[in-house]
Design a protein around this ligand. Structure first.
Ligand code: GLU
Length: 455
């Protein structure tokens, strides 16, 4: 059997961080099993669905590297198929027309409540479905009345819902359009989905969907309902307070592989492993060792994971990521030994924006802050720098070893401590005191740059 999974976003906004984890788990499970991963866009809510959302979700999946094997399929393009299956169910007697008006249903529910019964459709149209003048009927699914629906959720364990709890669901509105749960069922069936991975806000839909699948004689997939991702403090994440859109993480300088690594650890784990590649994750991932309790999103941890991935990146890859921003700032990286710079700075930041700034000051010194100037660029310090420039100028061969030796000798002769030279020097060369060791900075900048910046 080929494992087939799907990600089925509703295009009513950007790709949410929770949606990304759902997509990741579906994708990884398909990859782990040499299966297929299907992208299906659930766009039947025409009021709220937009092309812009479709594009942004697909763009975010591309950025994350979650490629799909089939799709994107769009539910709005499958209307004929849904109508065909509805007809099939009407013919088979597993669905029926209902002509009841809203008023009639309201009265029915009031009566049921007054009797202390659970409000539910009493099937009056099943037994006596009479076309009514000028009334377009809805179509209801004939839900079994006995027994229960049972499934072994791969995350939540066995779930059992009595059929008496389930209403005869409307599967087509009076205008003939199919309803949400019905579309999902037909799609999962037609697309041969073997494993449904989705947020646990859909748990209530599952028994209804299973009943319809059974009525159609369709195979019932296995379900894995993923727990929510909460904020650090246990509250729900919110658009206003928290970065919930995947692409906000790109803007924060997070690498896609780091975000996937971090997301994979929300409700899943492989021993104590914290930092791993997507290939390792695919190799290790199974749907049945997901924890059923909600995960908490720890921003600090994400940045820590990101730092580890940045450190592990090959220089050419790292450069490709920051090159556009460097170019935008008018920096030509070829003017210095960019590899040597990256070796020095890639352990010095937990996000790409910081790394970009660390690279940039080698090429373009930052503007010295008033505070730094007052503290470090005193008349004494400038005097020291003048002498140091002369000493550097006399250096015959510009190499790290020679620079180190010169610094040592210079400080000894002048009777100063290293930082007394280092701090003003860093400011003059880079505009900041927060640089890697200044002998290395000098070596990378080269004699001409150093002397002209010390002028
Ligand atoms: N479209 C649903 C959502 O975005 C997912 C439904 C499903 O996975 O079955 O929440």
């Amino acid at each position: 059997m080929t494992i087939r999974t799907r990600f089925a976003p509703s295009p009513t906004g950007f790709l949410h961080i929770g949606g990304a984890r759902t997509a990741l788990f579906s994708w990884a499970y398909a990859r782990h099993n040499n299966g297929k991963f299907v992208l299906r866009v659930e766009d039947t809510d025409v009021e709220r669905s937009t092309q812009e959302s479709v594009d942004s979700i697909i763009h975010a999946m591309e950025w994350l590297g979650l490629g799909y094997d089939e799709g994107p399929f769009f539910q709005m393009q499958r209307m004929e198929r849904y109508k065909q299956v509805i007809q099939q169910m009407l013919d088979a007697g597993t669905a029926y027309y209902c002509y009841c008006s809203k008023e009639e249903l309201d009265i029915m529910r009031e009566e049921q409540k007054a009797r202390g019964d659970k409000p539910r459709y009493d099937r009056r149209c099943l037994h006596n479905s009479q076309p009514r003048e000028g009334v377009k009927p809805v179509v209801r699914f004939k839900n079994p009345t006995d027994g229960s629906v049972v499934w072994d959720d791969l995350v939540k364990g066995r779930i059992e819902i009595a059929n008496s709890e389930l209403d005869d669901l409307i599967i087509a509105r009076s205008d003939g359009t199919p309803t949400y749960n019905f579309c999902v069922v037909v799609d999962d069936w037609d697309m041969g989905i073997t494993h449904v991975t989705r947020g646990d806000d859909h748990v209530n839909n599952t028994p209804r969907q299973i009943n319809i699948l059974k009525a159609l004689g369709a195979p019932v997939p296995l379900y894995a309902h993923l727990p929510m991702i909460l904020r650090d403090d246990g509250q729900k994440m919110s658009k206003r307070r928290d970065p919930v859109s995947v692409m906000q993480y790109k803007d924060m300088g997070i690498l896609p592989e780091a975000l996937l690594n971090y997301l994979s650890r929300l409700c899943w784990g492989h021993g104590d492993d914290e930092v791993f590649t997507i290939e390792q994750f695919v190799e290790w991932f199974k749907l049945n060792n997901i924890s059923p309790s909600p995960a908490r999103f720890d921003m600090k941890k994400l940045f820590w994971v990101n730092a580890q991935h940045i450190k592990a990146l090959a220089n050419d890859k790292l450069l490709a990521l920051i090159a556009p921003e460097l170019a935008r700032r008018g920096i030509n990286v070829a003017q210095l030994d960019i590899n040597a710079i990256l070796d020095l700075v890639k352990t010095r930041g937990d996000n790409l924006n910081t790394i970009t700034n660390e690279v940039a000051y080698f090429y373009q010194p930052q503007v010295v802050s008033d505070e730094d100037a007052t503290k470090h660029l005193t008349a004494d310090a400038l005097g020291v720098l003048g002498k140091f420039a002369t000493a550097l100028d006399a250096l015959s061969e510009w190499s790290l070893d020679n620079i180190k030796a010169l610094i040592k000798e210079f400080c000894a002769t002048e009777g100063i401590k290293m930082p007394q030279l280092g701090m003003p020097l860093r400011l003059k060369l880079c505009g900041t005191t927060q640089t890697p060791s200044f002998d290395a900075v000098l070596n990378i900048l080269g004699k001409d740059n150093v002397l002209s910046r010390l002028q």
